[in-house]
Design a protein around this ligand. Structure first.
Ligand SMILES: [Zn+2]
Ligand SMILES: [Zn+2]
Length: 281
């Protein structure tokens, strides 16, 4: 916190840098790692029915994701340091006194940054799927056709820059408090890890519900990794729906994943009973 309040000087930038590098790494690897351990390692057999793709990626692909996440964290940290330094120089609209705009405005700015992130991500993502950008910018992320939680930040340097720059751009125009930025970054990271988890938890009918159809599922982004040119959006299924870029079989594919999960849940107690009834050898 001291790093946030210090006056602009080289010493202050050094404090910001140490804090940002530490926070970025400490936020990401333990969260993605915990989900990986709980679901992919310890729960491998237990949760197999909830897997979106039944096959497993080889360990080389997972190491690829872990390595490139390191590059992304370096880029994210550098952008944060530059952005905070600019704030101290008075170049952006970040304000430190929460009471200046109050709680109502804080909520508004949180909604606004989320909508902006969604819009930026969708159109940037569609662009980097086109030649020649795909190879140069986005291929590193798409090496994962069956992603693990570590794929969330598996970007090369160019893409990491594009993934993060929407936030400093926002702060140039819209006043926002650091606490709101922190909340936004927190859920953006957690959701991103979840969309790359390889598992589905939402119930049947989600993609056809009047309200729920507008909220993206883990299956939505997993399909993007296995099928490539469709399902480009982030939190909400808004731009994909109005631009017609959802995969035509998204609903059926989602229902197939949920049906498999249900079948595996029904089969589990039956298998247990069978084992109990089997005579001891
Ligand atoms: Zn993509
Ligand atoms: Zn992805």
């Amino acid at each position: 916190m001291e790093a946030l309040s210090c006056e602009l000087s080289w010493d202050c930038v050094g404090q910001v840098a140490r804090f940002q590098f530490f926070m970025n790494f400490v936020r990401y690897y333990p969260v993605a790692g915990l989900l990986f351990l709980v679901v992919w390692v310890w729960g491998k057999r237990r949760y197999i029915g909830s897997r979106i793709q039944q096959k497993w990626p080889d360990s080389g692909k997972i190491w690829h994701e872990i390595r490139w996440s390191f590059v992304t964290l370096l880029v994210f940290s550098s952008i944060a340091i530059a952005s905070i330094t600019m704030g101290k120089a008075g170049w952006n609209q970040v304000y430190l006194d929460f009471s200046e705009f109050g709680m109502g405005y804080a909520v508004f700015s949180l909604v606004a940054v989320t909508i902006w992130h969604e819009t930026w991500f969708y159109w940037m993502h569609r662009l980097v799927h086109k030649k020649p950008w795909f190879k140069l910018v986005h291929l590193t992320h798409h090496r994962s056709t069956n992603p693990s939680p570590f794929a969330a930040y598996a970007f090369n340097g160019y893409e990491a820059f594009l993934e993060a720059i929407y936030l400093p751009l926002f702060t140039f125009i819209v006043p926002i408090h650091p606490a709101v930025i922190l909340v936004h970054i927190g859920y953006a990271m957690i959701m991103n890890i979840w969309w790359h988890s390889g598992y589905e938890v939402f119930p049947a009918g989600w993609t056809r519900g009047r309200i729920t159809q507008w909220i993206n599922t883990s299956t939505h982004h997993n399909m993007h990794h296995s099928h490539f040119n469709g399902n480009f959006s982030l939190y909400f299924n808004f731009w994909d729906r109005i631009c017609g870029t959802n995969f035509p079989n998204y609903d059926e594919y989602f229902e197939g994943v949920v049906a498999r999960r249900r079948a595996s849940k029904l089969a589990r107690p039956a298998a247990g009973m069978e084992a109990m009834q089997r005579p001891a050898a």
